[in-house]
Ligand binder design. Structure first.
Ligand SMILES: Cc1cc2nc3c(=O)[nH]c(=O)nc-3n(C[C@H](O)[C@H](O)[C@H](O)COP(=O)(O)O)c2cc1C
Length: 198
């Protein structure tokens, strides 16, 4: 099958992209509005950028009415966010926070998700997530119907319970999930090692 963007609807392109760019890590992003209302939502167009300066990116789009998703709106207002990672144990909670709620209603409260204060930023963390990336906005790039939010990582807080004996994050203990197409997710339990060529 060939898909030429000039003759293919954006919704078909979207479904091909989310099914074939997979599995994707999930940034569970907490933010706070200028009025102090917290927000939490998952984004799987997400990855790291550089380690100097330590940066990551994720891509929030727009709501059906064309206005920015609350996460994007809050970051434009307050320029800070936390990326919380998603282990299998938090999959249901993460999914619940993808509901489209009115701006000004917090998913932390509506979905009953325990928060913890940020250390270097104002948005709260998801208390039960084992890794928190506290970020300030580095750059925001509009790309048609999408946006690239680049965050400079001010702090990475990794819970000791997911470290191995050498103090490194242990994939088995992290038990992170990935998003595939549609409603399908993957677990990271079927792993294998490959040595890099010299
Ligand atoms: C696993 C998962 C990944 C998602 N990834 C994205 C994404 O990369 N970009 C996006 O705009 N929406 C994505 N969504 C949809 C948003 O989470 C959803 O629109 C949410 O309501 C946005 O919340 P907000 O308006 O509070 O920011 C994803 C949803 C799920 C469940």
């Amino acid at each position: 099958m060939l898909m030429d963007p000039s003759t293919t609807s954006s919704s078909r392109l979207y479904y091909a992209m989310i099914a074939c760019i997979a599995p994707r890590p999930i940034a569970w992003v907490s933010t706070i509005s200028g009025k102090g209302v917290t927000n939490l939502a998952p984004f799987s167009f997400f990855n790291g950028v550089a380690s100097e300066p330590p940066t990551l990116l994720f891509c929030p789009g727009f709501k059906d009415d064309g206005t920015p998703k609350d996460t994007l709106r809050n970051i434009e207002e307050t320029r800070e966010f936390v990326v919380n990672v998603v282990p299998y144990s938090l999959a249901q909670a993460m999914n619940a926070t993808s509901a489209s709620l009115d701006h000004g209603i917090s998913e932390f409260e509506t979905c009953g998700i325990e928060s913890a204060p940020g250390m270097k930023v104002r948005p709260p963390r998801v208390a039960k997530s084992p890794v928190h990336f506290e970020c300030k906005l580095y750059d925001l790039i509009r790309v048609g119907s999408g946006n690239i939010v680049i965050g400079e990582i001010l702090l990475i807080d990794i819970d000791d319970s997911v470290l191995d004996a050498k103090g490194k994050p242990d994939p088995e203990k992290l038990d992170l999930i990935g998003r595939m197409g549609g409603a399908t997710y993957s677990r990271t339990t079927g792993r294998f090692d490959l040595r890099r060529p010299d």
